[in-house]
Ligand binder design. Structure first.
Ligand SMILES: CCCCCCCC(=O)SCCNC(=O)CCNC(=O)[C@H](O)C(C)(C)COP(=O)(O)OP(=O)(O)OC[C@H]1O[C@@H](n2cnc3c(N)ncnc32)[C@H](O)[C@@H]1OP(=O)(O)O
Length: 230
């Protein structure tokens, strides 16, 4: 598959590391939204996801890896992005409705995941549990959902290395179908940076690493602060 997917920095991470379990309450338009950190265990996480999470939290204590928090919306970063790259005359109403696609499902139904980064090695690892609403072929995860998570993971990798980027190209080889509700390990790394181009690769494997589900390469472009996107 070759596609151009994804605004590939996660406007909700933006390099902020927050305390585990922290909950920020924001008044947003007329509604109050509990904007919690979704990259923490919840009752829908299966044993594999919890084990991987615990294993990497121990690596975080050792110092080389960092857990990346993840909220479903962030008015401030949205606004910063819009001010820098988007025509300010575009309608603002939709901002209050905006949610990060991958965090828009109820717990356990869609994308359950946590990412960890190792900035020194320019790597990001994502542990992803595909919920039942992500079905494609019966019993298996939809290819678009897999592409979304590859885009999110490689995008985070590019963002950590290069700042605000967008996906210009994403190529995926789907080698084995991913059983629905299973956990997979997505490992991404920066291959090279040429000017504004950031090349990232990614593989998706089973928890025991025996099965290679997908392989991907992505090209991200660092946004030019002097160019508007729209
Ligand atoms: C957690 C993650 C959240 C994910 C949220 C998902 C949100 C979304 O789905 S929306 C995002 C989907 N992606 C997009 O919409 C991007 C659309 N594309 C664009 O806006 C532009 O093409 C953009 C910003 C990528 C690059 O534009 P621009 O800054 O003008 O760069 P441009 O000058 O054309 O190119 C820069 C260099 O990259 C190269 N390049 C650009 N695109 C490509 C490409 N597809 N393939 C190869 N090279 C490319 C150019 O040739 C040029 O190279 P060089 O410097 O050697 O001449």
């Amino acid at each position: 598959m070759s596609s151009t997917l994804g605004l590939s920095w996660d406007q909700h991470h933006l390099g902020q590391e927050v305390q585990m379990g922290s909950v920020a309450r924001r008044s947003f338009a007329s509604e109050n939204v509990v904007n919690r950190d979704h990259a923490l265990p919840n009752p829908s996480w299966n044993k594999d996801l919890r084990l991987l999470f615990d294993q990497f939290m121990r690596k975080c204590e050792a110092g080389s890896w960092k857990r990346l928090p993840s909220n479903n919306h962030s008015p401030q970063s949205f606004q910063d992005f819009q001010t820098r790259f988007v025509d300010p005359k575009l309608p603002k109403e939709q901002i209050s409705q905006a949610r990060l696609f991958t965090r828009s499902f109820e717990d356990g139904l869609g994308f359950e995941y946590v990412m960890f980064c190792n900035d020194a090695e320019k790597r990001v690892v994502c542990f992803f549990q595909a919920g039942p609403y992500l079905q494609g072929a019966p019993g298996f995860t939809h290819g678009g959902a897999i592409a979304t998570m590859i885009d999110a993971t490689t995008g985070m990798c590019a963002f950590r290395a290069g700042g605000v980027v967008m996906t210009a190209n994403l190529n995926i080889n789907y080698k084995r179908p991913i059983p629905l509700c299973s956990v997979v390990v997505m490992k991404s790394q920066i291959d090279k940076v040429e000017g504004r181009k950031v090349f990232v690769s990614c593989n998706v494997r089973s928890v025991d690493e025996e099965t290679l589900y997908s392989e991907a390469t992505s090209l991200f472009i660092k946004l030019d602060p002097n160019k508007k996107l729209a």
